[in-house]
Design a protein around this ligand. Structure first.
Ligand SMILES: Nc1ncnc2c1ncn2[C@@H]1O[C@H](COP(=O)(O)OP(=O)(O)O)[C@@H](O)[C@H]1O
Ligand SMILES: [Mg+2]
Length: 568
């Protein structure tokens, strides 16, 4: 029932209690319906076209949800929840949305049969706690080894079906595993995702590769310099090697042409002194954040030194980590431990551009994955795919426990919840059962997307899991390639425990919020924001039409009002 209109201010609308709760739950389930079809290895892509006509093709739940602009406040809550999962664990967005959607649908049924939302929240909460306990019990610990890394990445990538993955998924998984192993600190089990540089260039996807060093999207400064240097000794500069205009307002009074030339000469000599210092220190590759003059470049070239000027700050950070160089404090006194090393520094043509490779670094703490695809759109999606793989490994390295994928984890937990729910007294029990039903939506959505029959999969999955529960946990789930129920552990379809933990926690938070909002009071949206010719911007009803701000010529303070006008 909504509050009578004359009690509220003109511009506030009130939805009413019953409508709000059910409306919120329906909105959540609609978002879930929209995303369901792209879940899992057999899911479809989504195309999004923005206001500029720019299109994005993606299967990544996080990206799609960030792109679509939803207006309904509770749909926003669902999307924020999914985004927080994406931010924390880098995957599992679609699973979260599907679970929230299904919990919402089931909650509507429970409300219609007369159960209070509070009881449902308690029941769901209880079931979520049970799921986390079961997760702790059944997840299996593994050593931090390349074999498990590889299986985890391959599972994460198998739900991406971009054309570049068709033949390359094994190769790509290996690249991601190698990259992570290079930059990970296995003593502290810590990995900084940003230490893996991802460089994109148009081309053929099969040319995607890992460089144990840094690729810089620039060319060598001067045509006279060597194109390749072996056993590179590298220096990183943050000082100008050029005669530059001073930034401060200083005035130099010159009264004769002689003075002018001697001033310029002095400047040149200063630059040359620095350049000679660098050459004498034994380095043969110079990366600078600032400029390098033509004269300095020529001097470097004559001495067989490669230089790159105006290198981005981030590239210098990566170079520090990969080559072991430290940013040079002062060129006057170059310390040997500021000099980094690499096996090769060379320029190579990639696509239509040239890039500089700093390769073969000893124990690099930063590496580069050079991704190639034949269009910008695919490059973007490729980039996201690689990040997903890296995040999954980061999750596992932080907490080396795994569960069976393909919906096996969810199916096993649903089975166990049903066993213990009988001991719960009261209507909460019904909500707990619905939580178990919702978990089963994960394997069932995978199955229906793969073209399997919903009901027969449901019954077969339940019977297989309950008959296997004596002793060790059997991870029965969906193998979408074979379109059948299978033991997913033996098929090496694995997922990190942390991912599942995050999904359950977030889903529980989101559904509780949705069930606890019982009314919406909404101010009329400020949609008539407009700017006047004098630059003032403001908002009011009818702002989109020709209008007058006030009927009186003077306002309350006696100031003159604007006449009638159009908005801009
Ligand atoms: N080969 C496979 N067979 C069956 N299911 C798989 C396979 N590979 C991955 N999955 C499942 O796909 C789901 C992930 O799908 P995805 O579209 O990436 O959604 P999310 O955004 O939730 O990560 C997980 O439940 C995972 O276990
Ligand atoms: Mg995924």
């Amino acid at each position: 029932m909504s509050i009578p209109k004359d009690i509220l201010a003109d511009d506030i609308t009130n939805t009413g209690r019953n409508e709000t709760l059910i409306g919120n739950l329906i909105a959540a389930s609609m978002i879930s319906d929209a995303i369901k079809t792209s879940f899992g290895p057999c899911g479809f892509e989504k195309m999004y076209i923005d206001i500029m006509g720019e299109s994005t093709i993606t299967k990544d739940g996080g990206t799609f949800l960030r792109k679509i602009d939803v207006e309904h406040p509770s749909a926003k809550v669902v999307i924020d929840g999914a985004n927080s999962v994406d931010k924390n664990v880098g995957d599992g967005t679609k699973s979260s949305v599907i679970l929230v959607g299904s919990l919402a649908k089931n909650a509507i049924e429970l409300i219609k049969s007369g159960i209070s939302p509070h009881v449902i929240v308690n029941g769901y909460q209880h079931a979520a706690e049970l799921s986390l306990e079961i997760l702790n019990e059944i997840s299996e610990t593994r050593n931090l080894e390349k074999g498990v890394f590889f299986d985890l990445v391959r599972t994460a990538l198998s739900s991406k079906s971009m054309p570049f993955l068709v033949d390359n998924s094994e190769n790509l998984s290996r690249i991601i595993v190698d990259a992570v192993c290079c930059v990970c600190d296995f003593k502290t089990n810590y990995i900084e995702v940003d230490d893996i540089k991802i460089e994109e260039k148009l081309g053929s996807a099969s040319d995607t590769n890992l460089v144990r060093g840094v690729i810089i999207d620039k060319t060598i400064d001067n045509g006279l310099m060597p194109r390749r240097i072996s056993n590179a000794k590298i220096i990183l500069l943050n000082e100008e090697l050029d005669t530059v205009r001073t930034k401060t307002e200083s005035e130099i009074i010159i009264t004769s042409p002689d003075q002018m030339s001697s001033f310029l000469e002095a400047e040149q000599t200063e630059v040359m002194r620095k350049v000679k210092n660098i050459a004498e220190s034994g380095v043969n590759v110079v990366f600078s954040r600032k400029g390098i003059s033509d004269v300095a470049q020529t001097y470097f070239a004559r001495n067989g030194i490669i230089s790159l000027r105006r290198v981005k700050e981030n590239d210098l950070f990566w170079l520090e980590k990969a080559t072991g160089a430290k940013m040079c404090q002062t060129i006057e006194k170059i310390s040997p431990n500021e000099i980094g090393s690499a096996n090769q520094v060379y320029e190579k043509e990639i696509g239509d551009d040239k890039m500089v490779f700093v390769e073969g670094c000893k124990k690099p703490k930063a590496v580069t994955i050079l991704i190639r695809a034949n269009s910008k759109k695919y490059l973007d999606e490729f980039h996201r795919t690689i990040l997903d793989g890296i995040y999954v490994l980061r999750d596992f390295i932080q907490n080396p426990k795994i569960v069976g994928g393909g919906g096996a984890f969810e199916a096993v937990v649903a089975n166990r919840i049903r066993k213990v729910m009988m001991s719960v007294d009261g209507k909460e029990q019904l909500a707990i059962e619905k939580f178990a039903d919702s978990l089963e939506q994960i394997p069932l959505t995978l199955a229906t997307n793969a073209g399997m029959n919903y009901l027969s999969t449901l019954s077969a999955l339940r019977s297989k899991i309950s008959s296997s529960n004596n002793g060790r946990c059997k991870w029965y789930g969906i193998d979408t390639n074979q379109r059948k129920i299978t033991e997913t552990f033996s098929k090496k379809i694995l997922e990190p425990k942390i991912l599942k933990e995050q999904v359950i926690k977030t889903v529980n938070d989101v559904i509780s919020i949705l069930l606890e909002i019982d009314d919406i009071f909404m101010k009329t949206p400020a949609m008539f924001t407009h700017t006047h010719a004098d630059g003032t911007t403001h908002t009011h009803k009818g702002g989109s039409l020709e209008h007058e701000h006030h009927n009186e010529k003077l306002d309350r303070l006696g100031k003159e009002q604007r006449g009638s006008h159009h908005y801009y």
